[in-house]
Write a protein that binds this ligand. Structure first.
Ligand SMILES: NC(=O)c1ccc[n+]([C@@H]2O[C@H](COP(=O)([O-])OP(=O)(O)OC[C@H]3O[C@@H](n4cnc5c(N)ncnc54)[C@H](OP(=O)(O)O)[C@@H]3O)[C@@H](O)[C@H]2O)c1
Length: 303
């Protein structure tokens, strides 16, 4: 079986590529620039294909001959004419309809927990509308909604670990009461590979989250405890964060973005009403097991 992974060089995509190669799939890592793909599968390298999901004419050739397609392309900051709607709705639907035209059998679309077409947040709304648009073009699409993902090179836990160890006073998002369910990126990649390997599933939406639900401030405290530091946790209003994020988005690599602040305003946990990692036979790693994998943690890896 041949799988084209759009975003196959990204944080999640690299792991998906690695898991698929390990399971014997033929894999194409599709992105605009060729980069290291296939984390966790050092022995093999996937074929790399350059294509831009925003350029409809480049999609067809990239997926020609594939039995399955995965959309793991991201956009976290809108810039110029490139909006969340353009990427997560229009381009996602273009990929889905190209997949249908090319006779692709399976399409896995990566979305996020809380995706909601009625949301006031531009990002969350686009994620919700995107799921519908993709299904219109490719009715059997499997949507996989993920909670915030953690692992080596992530944007979330790595930053949290650095800041908690560095800052004597730690500003929280609001009161730090948002409930989160961080999930190990390797577990999400494993879920995608199982969805592609096992054609029996008749469910079309999966929600994946980690084994524990923590409030943001509990997560910060747990990291502080792990490293033996005692920062003072200070609540900071979301409005102030959004203003800071607006300024931060002018930096080449923003430390945080407005869409992340929007996501932090509401709980980011699985609803419990949809199948997820347990139904796929995956026992997810706890954050305690993931912290040692974070670069610079100085903790001996046990996994
Ligand atoms: N990270 C999380 O915590 C998290 C949580 C929930 C859901 N998700 C979702 O998971 C998916 C993957 O996220 P990620 O964090 O792994 O993203 P990422 O690390 O930013 O990777 C994005 C990938 O997409 C490719 N890409 C970007 N623009 C493209 C374009 N126009 N055409 C073709 N390829 C393009 C990138 O390569 P090039 O730049 O070289 O093209 C890269 O391979 C996204 O849908 C994201 O919203 C992520």
């Amino acid at each position: 079986m041949k799988v084209a992974v759009f975003g196959g060089t990204g944080f999640l995509g690299r792991r998906i590529v690695g898991r698929l190669l390990d399971k014997g799939f033929e894999v194409l890592a599709v992105s605009r620039r060729a980069r290291r793909a296939a984390v966790g599968s050092e022995a093999k390298a996937p074929d790399q294909v350059k294509a831009d999901i925003l350029d409809r004419s480049s999609i067809g050739p990239a997926i020609a001959g594939s039995n399955a397609v995965v959309n793991a392309v991201s956009l976290y900051v809108e810039h110029g004419g490139l909006t969340f709607e353009r990427m997560h709705v229009t381009a996602a639907a273009d990929l889905a309809s190209a997949a249908r035209q090319a006779g692709v059998e399976r399409l896995v679309h990566i979305s996020g927990i809380g995706a909601d077409p009625r949301s006031a947040s531009r990002y969350i709304k686009a994620r919700g509308r995107g799921e519908g648009a993709v299904r219109n073009s490719f009715p059997d699409t499997i949507v996989l909604r993920s909670a915030v993902m953690i692992g080596p090179d992530d944007a979330f836990l790595t930053t949290l670990v650095r800041l908690v160890r560095l800052l004597p006073v730690y500003p929280l998002f609001g009161q730090g009461a948002t409930r989160l369910q961080p999930v190990y990126v390797g577990d999400v990649a494993e879920a995608v590979s199982r969805l592609l390997a096992d054609p029996i599933h008749d469910v079309s939406t999966f929600e994946v989250g980690g084994p524990r639900i923590l409030r943001y401030r509990e997560l910060v405290r747990e990291i502080a405890r792990t490293f033996g530091v005692h920062p003072i946790l200070v609540p900071m209003p979301f409005a102030a964060w959004s203003t800071l994020a607006l300024a931060a988005e002018f930096l080449p690599t923003p430390p945080f973005t407005r869409n992340q602040i929007d996501l932090m305003r509401q709980d980011n946990v699985t609803t419990g009403g949809m199948p997820g990692l347990p139904e796929l036979g995956i026992e997810p790693l706890d954050i305690e097991q993931v912290i040692p994998m974070i670069e610079g943690s100085g903790i001996k890896t046990r996994t």
